[in-house]
Design a protein. Structure first.
Lengths: 95, 483
């Protein structure tokens, strides 16, 4: 773990959150202190830990594939900010 | 004695004998809510009409027949808001019931409303709520703890007989400790998470907040069990917790006291109250042994990597497309997402999503996330090894009593450290109970945490029950005043 230097703008873009300059400054300062605290994990000896799945691979825990009723269309669409003809209206994606 | 002061076990007896009707009981509770709620603000939503309708027809012979219950605002109840105390879920109405809600309804419970919380359960004070602050019933200038602060304050001020909360890093136990009620975090996988708005899926667990341990046992019995809709719930038999409360013998029982939980910085009065509780168990016949959980100092750091990483993925779904609040002014699709999420989320939620995104981002995964997973294993191993020689552990729930509103809200790291004694239990996937064990000189409640191995809720419940019975515990009525 190197001394953390964070590009807040890059992280905010990945997280799809617009931040104003004030927020960027605030989060930047707070992250320096939180990540500084997290650095203490470097003290722990972890070489002997083998995580479940690391050696034998992960196995999915699946339920039986049985058909069951879904949610009622009107219940779902009631929460949509915009909808028409039983469909969600989304912001324009293709120019 | 006023009706609102009763425990659910006492009310069950009156209801079954028809000495009390569910309608009378529900109305009595609503009068108490009307009286207390303006001071406390524990509820985000109350459905009086629906509750009374239900009270009229409910079968009192069911396990919770006629018992009113409050539900944390992140558990879905069909046709009710499930706002998670967030602006982004303004106006949202659940299209379905969480599994725990289905179970409560089947058991005859009456849902009265939704309790306040930190937004998306992220916080330790209920100050991060888009619907306003909840006050601590013991001192209205103090926080109730969090994130299930509304549930704890409602139960402690007797404007709920019992409530459900959720606990990811202490969110049931810490507010129970701050407000002076009982709170249980069940073993991971004991209770279905289906319909609980996910914060950190590998740590989240729903559990009861009640006036007595006896009531917690009753409620846990109803909400537990495997659920095909949650593949992390386990196919484990559900013991009759309420019938096992009296079966425990302290002879041959070893209770561990982990030395890492009695660190510098723990409040003197808290330390004294916990030591007194430990001595009480000893006087009842238990053998007390000091034990060591050497990785305790790493629990908070581990948690803030794993929980934020999971949160960054879980909260990606809130984009205002299918539900929730949508930004009105945007230029293109990315701008739309960015603004919708900037306007909809509060600071703490943004902070955790950003932190989680960072620790999972390219180049940092091994250094942060993978390392944290391995430290989590170490923490788990610590507990497994001490549980070979003792049946349960006794610790403080929190290093201090309820703090003042605003005291820690500008310093996230200080706020995170408020959960220093509860977080390891979630990381290890085991169970923990907080019960009141005294008061500070300022009259603030102090909580004792009883930690048990996985699937041993009956042990910690029986210990808590024994403590309450042998000390003559009676749920007190808080002053509801400013000091």
């Amino acid at each position: 773990m190197e001394k953390p230097s964070i590009d807040i703008q890059y992280v905010a873009d990945l997280a799809r959150i617009s931040l104003n300059e004030e927020e960027k400054k605030m989060f930047g300062e707070q992250f320096a202190s939180i990540l500084g605290y997290i650095e203490k994990l470097k003290e722990v000896k972890i070489d002997d830990v083998v995580l479940k799945g690391e050696e034998e691979g992960f196995k999915n825990n699946l339920r039986e594939d049985l058909p069951q009723d879904g949610l009622a269309t009107e219940d779902v669409l009631r929460n949509a900010p915009h909808h028409a003809n039983n469909l969600f209206i989304v912001p324009k994606i293709i120019e | 004695m006023n009706l609102f002061e009763y425990t659910i076990s006492e009310l069950r007896r009156l209801l079954v004998r028809k000495e009390l009707s569910p309608t009378e009981l529900t109305e009595a509770l609503f009068s108490r809510i009307a009286e207390v709620e303006p001071k406390i603000n524990a509820y985000n939503y109350i459905n009086h009409e629906r509750a009374i309708e239900r009270a009229k027809t409910v079968n009192v012979d069911l396990p919770l027949g006629g018992i009113p219950i409050a539900i944390k605002d992140n558990i879905n109840v069909r046709a009710e808001p499930c706002r998670c105390a967030s602006k982004i879920l303004e106006g949202y109405l659940s299209p379905y019931n969480a599994t725990v809600i289905e179970k409560l309804i089947k058991a005859g419970a009456i849902l009265v409303g939704r309790t306040n919380m930190d937004e998306f359960a992220m916080g330790s004070s209920t100050e991060n709520s888009a619907t306003g602050l909840t006050k601590n019933p013991w001192d209205l200038q103090r926080v109730p703890g969090g994130s299930s602060g509304g549930s704890a304050a409602a139960v402690a001020s007797h404007e709920a007989f019992c409530a459900l909360g959720s606990d990811t890093g202490g969110s049931i136990r810490q507010p129970a400790s701050f407000c002076g009620c009982v709170g249980l975090k069940p073993t991971y996988g004991r209770v279905s998470r289906y319909g609980l708005t996910a914060f950190a899926s590998s740590l989240d667990q729903i559990g009861p907040l009640t006036k007595t341990v006896e009531d917690a046992a009753l409620l846990l019995e109803v909400i537990s069990g495997f659920d095909p809709n949650d593949n992390t719930s386990e196919k484990m038999p559900v013991p009759r917790f309420s019938e096992l409360l009296e079966t425990l013998s302290l002879k041959n029982m070893v209770l561990g006291v982990p030395k890492e939980y009695f660190i510098e910085g723990i409040d003197g009065e808290v330390r004294e109250a916990i030591n007194k509780a430990i001595a009480h168990f000893e006087s009842l016949g238990a053998k007390i042994e000091e034990v060591s959980l050497p990785h305790t100092p790493y629990a908070v750091a581990t948690y803030y990597i794993l929980a934020t990483a999971e949160a960054s993925a879980n909260l990606a779904r809130f984009d205002g497309i299918r539900y929730g609040r949508r930004s009105k002014h945007y230029e293109d699709l990315l701008d739309y997402y960015g603004k919708t999420r900037d306007e909809g989320f509060g600071s703490e939620v943004k902070r955790r999503i950003l932190l989680g995104t960072y620790v999972l981002s390219s180049g940092y995964y091994d250094a942060y996330y993978l390392r944290a997973l391995k430290v989590k294993e170490k923490i788990k191993q610590d507990f497994s090894s001490v549980f070979k020689k003792c049946q349960a552990l006794l610790t403080p729930t929190s290093p201090f009593c309820a703090f003042r509103i605003g005291e820690k809200s500008n310093d996230p790291l200080q706020m995170y450290l408020a959960d220093i004694f509860t977080i390891a239990v979630n990381l290890a996937g085991i169970c923990g109970l907080s019960i009141p064990c005294g008061q500070s000189t300022e009259g603030l409640p102090i909580g004792l945490q009883i930690i048990g191995p996985a699937w041993k809720e009956e042990v910690i419940l029986a210990l808590g029950h024994l403590y309450q019975k042998s000390t003559g515990w009676k749920p007190p009525i808080p002053p509801l005043e400013k000091t």
